[in-house]
Design a protein around this ligand. Sequence first.
Ligand code: AP5
Ligand code: MG
Length: 218
Amino acid sequence: MAKFVVLLGPPGAGKGTQAEIIAEKLAIPHISSGDLFRENLKNETELGKKAKGFMDAGKLVPDEITISMVAERLSRTDCNQGAILDGFPRTPYQAHELDIILAEKGNTICCVPYIMVSDQDLLERLTGRWTCKAAGHIYHAKFNPPKDPGICDIDGSSLYQRDDDKKETIEKRLAVFHEQTAPLIAYYREKNLLVEVDGTQPIEQVTTALLKTVTSVA
Ligand code: AP5
Ligand code: MG
């Protein structure tokens, strides 16, 4: 049966870090709405141009742009066995639409791990994050440094700091999370899908907790 996992958590909780590892272990794609937007920005597409202002301001990109972009990604055949969703859904409306998109192919969400980290820790994580230009591999100057500073261990490309990882933008993103995305915690708890995971543990321990959750559900 196809496995669709929604990773929920504030900016910097470790969604991207964990999704990459878990997706590889389960051999299903990692779908990050943020990465899809950044790919569009890099390729200077119309969608990327529309999204840029919202992302730079730390705001959510409007639902109509975001939902159709993710729906198109989910329609590809590599998602037939499921996917790890990272950063989508982010509003109750997106969550509702995701249920509809999945139901069209007889699928449902199997679980929603909520990676919990305090706002204070998140600021340190995001200001120290370095991302690889070629494929988005994620590092941290202190918590997960690359072997050679500024160079990706995996593909040798150079590392950069995201435009939205400036202190003021991070604060805005955190506020948006608490206002617009946090209602999803109750939404998925009511559906009996939410599993709280302590995101303050080291990366490997968070992975272990997530894999236990994801493999224990049908
Ligand atoms: P997006 O790219 O999704 O950003 P985000 O949700 O703000 O999350 P981040 O990618 O910043 O954090 P993460 O949880 O992936 O953490 P990471 O693993 O990198 O979205 C960007 C923007 O796009 C949004 O602001 C919005 O404008 C738009 N957008 C995206 N989706 C949207 C949607 N659905 N609707 C509308 N708009 C949307 O880890 C962070 C750092 O911590 C790294 O340096 C990492 O090495 C380190 N780290 C990770 N785990 C640990 C650990 N356990 N201990 C110590 N350090 C750790
Ligand atoms: Mg991410």
